[in-house]
Design a protein around this ligand. Sequence first.
Ligand code: GTP
Ligand code: MN
Ligand code: MN
Length: 607
Amino acid sequence: MSAVTTVQSNYLSTYAKLQSWVGEVAALTRPAEIHWCEGTPEEWVRITDTLVENGTFTRLNDEKKPNSFYCASDPTDVARVEDRTFICSVDEKDAGPTNNWMAPDDMKELMRGLYDGCMQGRTMYVIPFVMGHLESDHPMFGVEITDSAYVVASMTVMARIGKDVLDKIESTEADYVPALHSFGAPLADGQADVPWPCNDTKYIVQFPEERTIWSYGSSYGGNALLGKKCYALRIASVMGRDEGWMAEHMLILKLTNPEGVVKYIAAGFPSACGKTNLAMVEPTIPGWKVETIGDDIAWIRVGADGRLYAVNPEFGLFGVAPGTGWDTNSNAMRTIAQGNSVFTNVALTDDGDVWWEGMTDEPPAHLTDWKGNDWTPDSDQLSSHANSRFCTPIKQCPTLAPEYDDPNGVPLDAILFGGRRKTTIPLVTEARDWTHGTFMGATLSSETTAAATGAVGVVRRDPMAMLPFIGYDAGDYFGHWINMAKNNDESKFPKIFYVNWFRRDEDGGFLWPGFGENSRILKYVIDRVEGKVEAHETPIGLVPPTSSIDTDGLDVTDEQLAEALRVDADEWAAELPQINEWFEKFGDTLPAVLWTELDGLKARLGL
Ligand code: GTP
Ligand code: MN
Ligand code: MN
């Protein structure tokens, strides 16, 4: 409790554990002052005004985007840094072969060195937050400490934060995930600040046993908004393993057919592979309606009736900007049009609005690009970074389903996995059962995107779209998937499908138009759940004949659709050694039933 009293703070918590942690962090990082966030509209104004004064934010034209801000990051701090992300379990083995690991004590010593005095000359913000509903049976609390006002503004949009959350943490002396963030840029007396402070040294660290997060050096969303990937996926996946539930990188949507029958679907696609798009898709088939529940993260629990119920723990949308336009995702456009949003690394128009590639067919004649340079349609560079993002309140989404507010979530009828593959993976394949679906998820592959630093377009395994987010040994995580069905009534569980919107023809064009037309696949999925249409057994699972897919008014020939659905024996023969090599990484933590699935697949392919 000692050090905090030496720094000016707007609040002292009555909850000794919380107050002493805040005091310890202040003693280590030595901020000029401490500000506990209340999440009020007045605080938002103060924080965003501060960011405008510092040159971090540019206020957008109120008539175009009310109460909204443009922001450009340091050009080196634009995405998640997977090679700097660590799972520091006590035992190295528990991090598994897909995570970086360091012994917790070594990591803490190293990072204490980095945190030492790192907030000098700055305000240390304390953000009480809850992932999921404050009214749920067991609210999932966190407290983020950060020196970044950008993080405060973004967390205000992305999570439920503030005084009511703090009151409940204090009055119930609740457990919370302590999440420490610093961009690592202390300010000496009189030193001029920069618009986007950050540090070349970056660490994004999860301590799974302690359920603690330490992040340093970056203010990019996935690295710095610690309620999101770090807590709601990495730490929560560990909690789920221990407590019998699941934290997944999945959208959640509500689908209503023309007769008014409602179904719920969750879908796990890797970063920048179409979750936000599908979550608010406008169906092209008449009479069908899609409503949004979540676009990135699903927490899935077994309900009293034995079904799997999914909630979206987030409060905002942090969506990929490029490719979001009135033609592709009009509901996202309607959401941001209401304002109250932060746009990072997009381009600024001359009349104080934002623009990015794919927003409109015709780019404006002149822009300021994300690096602050003049940009015209003749420029040979993109105006916006490929991983530029909009951060906007989910409550503004015109298609938000009322069930979003239900702390118990929605019962899932189907789970989709999907990746970005030019070849091999058909438009849609249905798993024979939960174990086969787990195999599909465990072997999911996708071409890398700009959402993480590193090469783009390289095929890698991304199990359940969770490769960067599994907080423990991925082999054990597959085991957890298998156990969910073993320990419950599998007959009540959703059917699992594997989709691929990204298969290409010989000329490199997409075989499937995607976007709104994906509603035809959602319809097919539900038709299968209800046993209304047929699918053929193939070596890789159940694949529809073209006649099972509603193609009324679709601008795709039967041959093209057949090509999109084709199971190509040669392509699969090339795929199998890769799956084999992938499974061998895991040694004895890989559930034996997944080897059995692979053997069965080989045999059915005659290999
Ligand atoms: P994260 O938010 O990073 O987890 O990614 P996400 O899965 O939400 O990705 P998002 O929906 O933002 O999609 C990103 C990219 O996928 C954009 O470039 C879209 O244009 C493209 N995309 C989305 N759906 C489709 C589709 O059906 N077909 C094609 N060809 N591209 C699509
Ligand atoms: Mn994501
Ligand atoms: Mn998204």
